[in-house]
Write a protein that binds this ligand. Structure first.
Ligand code: ZN
Length: 151
C-alpha cells in the first residue's frame, strides 16, 4: 500500500471529505460545527500528497453522513472538496460541494458596524449574489463581499 492509500484508508461508516485545499481542514471543521464533542472519531490529515492539488487536506468523520446542505457550507473554504459517504467500507455516494444560495452562520460580516456584529441574537446571513466568480452580500448591511474577505 502506498503512503497516500494508508492516509486515506477507508472508514467503516461516515463521511470522508477529500481534496480539501491545503491548510483549510480546521476551517472546514469549524464551518461544519464539528468539534468532536459528540464523541465520534474525527481524523484530520493535512498536507497529504495529491496528484490533482499537489497537497491537500483530508477529513474523516466517522458515523456521520453529511447532507448536501451541510457540505455546501464549505463551498467557499474548500471549493474542490468532494464528500464521500461510506457505508460498510464502501463509497455509496460521492458528490462535489456546491455554492448554496446563502451562508447562514458560516461567516461573519467583516463590517464592524453591521448589526449582525452587535450583541443582537441574530444569525449571520451572507447571500450569494453570483456563483461564478463567487460574489456575496451581507443580508443586513448590504456590503458586497468576496470570498477572501470572509475566509
Ligand atoms: Zn453586514
Amino acid at each position: 500500500m502506498s503512503e497516500e492509500q494508508l492516509v486515506v484508508r477507508k472508514i467503516k461508516e461516515g463521511t470522508v471529505l477529500d481534496h480539501v485545499e491545503q491548510g483549510r481542514a480546521l476551517k472546514v471543521l469549524e464551518a461544519l460545527n464539528i468539534d468532536g464533542k459528540d464523541g465520534n472519531v474525527v481524523t484530520v490529515a493535512m498536507n497529504v500528497f495529491s496528484k490533482k492539488l499537489g497537497k491537500k487536506d483530508i477529513i474523516k468523520i466517522e458515523n456521520r453522513f453529511l447532507k448536501p446542505e451541510e457540505t455546501n457550507r464549505i463551498a467557499l473554504i474548500a471549493p474542490k472538496a468532494t464528500a464521500n459517504l461510506i457505508r460498510n467500507y464502501q463509497v455509496v455516494e460521492k458528490r462535489k460541494v456546491e455554492i448554496p444560495d446563502k451562508f447562514v452562520d458560516v461567516f461573519k460580516c467583516p463590517n464592524p458596524t453591521c448589526i449582525s456584529n452587535s450583541n443582537e441574537p441574530i444569525s449571520h446571513i451572507i447571500d450569494v449574489v453570483k456563483k461564478d466568480p463567487p460574489t456575496l452580500k451581507c443580508r443586513y448591511c448590504g456590503r458586497l463581499l468576496s470570498p477572501n474577505e470572509l475566509i
